[in-house]
Design a protein around this ligand. Structure first.
Ligand code: PMP
Length: 396
């Protein structure tokens, strides 16, 4: 059978993720220095593994409610109350547990976007954001955030049209690792309120916010005795405008468990739950039990380790690229010095020749002038990678 003519324009218009391409190239190298992978290198905490194993042994292996097991949504409601001061009349209908953060992003797009609608995403962006538009026959409007990778109200306002429905904020961000300030979060929230737009806040890296980017200037300091990651969700009444999306995989080192969640405007969450019934059905049930235990894990030590690695990256690369310290996540997104006259792809190829795998900036952007490195790797690997990079960036 000839399949080509059966394929949809939607799928044909999407190109495969550049991250996968880097992965495939790397598979051909022998013991490469791989700084392309965006997943933590620490093991899942024992208590979290045990909770999931226990659930499997206790025969909790069937479907769960589409919205997630009530014990987990209740635990998330408590977390969001402590963290943001959000109140839930009924955590079972105001929160949805999804297969990964990706699941929440796709459901949010499917529940809001009609063909031709517009969704404003930062450029550079996480690779799934343009796909949220393609999957729903909507249009991604790229908001240029160079050179600092900050999605600000001023930049977003210029992109708004009568078709705009949603703005996607990702702080701490992938690929830039950039964290918005409290004021920038407030301005974005105000803009979205004024224009009646949904503000989707993808906070998958919230715990990976380093001490210098954390703040006490949160809207509700009484709920915020510890320094926290700035977020538009921290302002009173934000749950009517902000769709908060968070994940478990990065924070607790279990990306393969495929667990995330979303909370926000009740009428939207209801629709996302309905769509989940007819698509993913539910997030993996026994792993949802593991997620309850994960929410009690203190990941401070890991975060300190990541901050140390972030500092190594900045120390090595800022003299040769002008890189500013990223406030969060575990990525850096330096510009390739113009004097090298190389595109991101050419730089990636030069790195691969030296056994180093990166991702070129064009994977995350309409331009290909930068590269992304992930420092979620053991320190000796990172050190080896930085030495290669400094030599390449100095024209060596
Ligand atoms: N949002 C961002 C910004 C990401 O970087 C990623 C994963 N790299 C995701 C969402 C999706 O994560 P998950 O594995 O939870 O689907």
């Amino acid at each position: 059978m000839e399949v080509a003519h059966l394929l949809s324009r939607r799928t044909l218009a999407m190109s495969g993720s550049g991250i996968r391409r880097a992965f495939e190239l790397g598979a051909k190298l022998k013991d490469p220095i791989n700084l392309s992978i965006g997943q933590p290198d620490f093991p899942v905490a024992r208590a979290v593994k045990d909770a999931a194993i226990h659930a499997i042994n206790a025969d909790k292996n069937g479907y769960s409610l589409s919205r997630g097991i009530p014990e987990l949504t209740a635990r998330i409601a408590t977390k969001l109350h402590n963290d943001f001061g959000w109140h839930f009349q009924n955590s079972e209908s105001d929160i949805i547990v999804t297969p990964g953060t990706s699941g929440a992003l796709v459901l949010a797009a499917m529940a809001t976007l009609n063909p031709g609608d517009e969704i404003i995403i930062p450029d550079p962006y996480f690779v799934l954001y343009p796909a949220m538009a393609s999957l729903s026959d909507a249009k991604a409007v790229y908001c240029d955030t160079y050179p600092d990778c900050k999605l600000t109200a001023e930049r977003v306002e210029r992109c708004i049209t009568a078709r705009t429905k949603m703005v996607v904020l990702n702080s701490p961000g992938n690929p830039g690792g950039v964290v918005n300030t409290v004021d920038e979060c407030r301005d974005l929230l105000d803009l979205c309120r004024r224009k009646n737009l949904l503000l989707l806040s993808d906070e998958i890296y919230d715990e990976f916010t380093y001490t210098d980017a954390r703040t006490q200037k949160a809207a509700k300091p009484e709920n915020d005795p510890m320094l926290k990651c700035p977020s538009p969700a921290r302002f009173p009444g934000a749950e009517e405008t902000v769709l908060l999306v968070r994940g478990f995989g990065k924070t607790y080192g279990n990306t393969g468990w495929r667990l995330g969640y979303a909370a926000g405007p009740k009428k939207l969450i209801e629709q996302m739950i309905k769509l989940q019934q007819f698509s993913f059905v539910c997030a993996p049930t026994p792993l949802q039990w593991g997620a309850i235990a994960a929410l009690d894990v203190d990941a401070t030590l890991q975060m300190q380790e990541y901050q140390k690695r972030r500092d190594m990256v900045v120390k090595a690369l800022s003299p040769v690229t002008g890189l500013k310290a990223p406030g969060g996540a575990f990525y850096a997104f330096p510009k390739i010095p113009e004097k090298l006259g190389m595109t991101g792809l050419e730089f990636l190829e030069a790195a691969i020749e030296r056994n180093l795998i990166l991702v070129n900036g064009g994977t995350f952007s309409q331009r290909d002038t930068h590269f992304r490195l992930s420092y979620a790797v053991p320190e000796h690997k990172l050190q080896a990678g930085l030495e290669v990079l400094v030599s390449l960036l100095s024209g060596g």
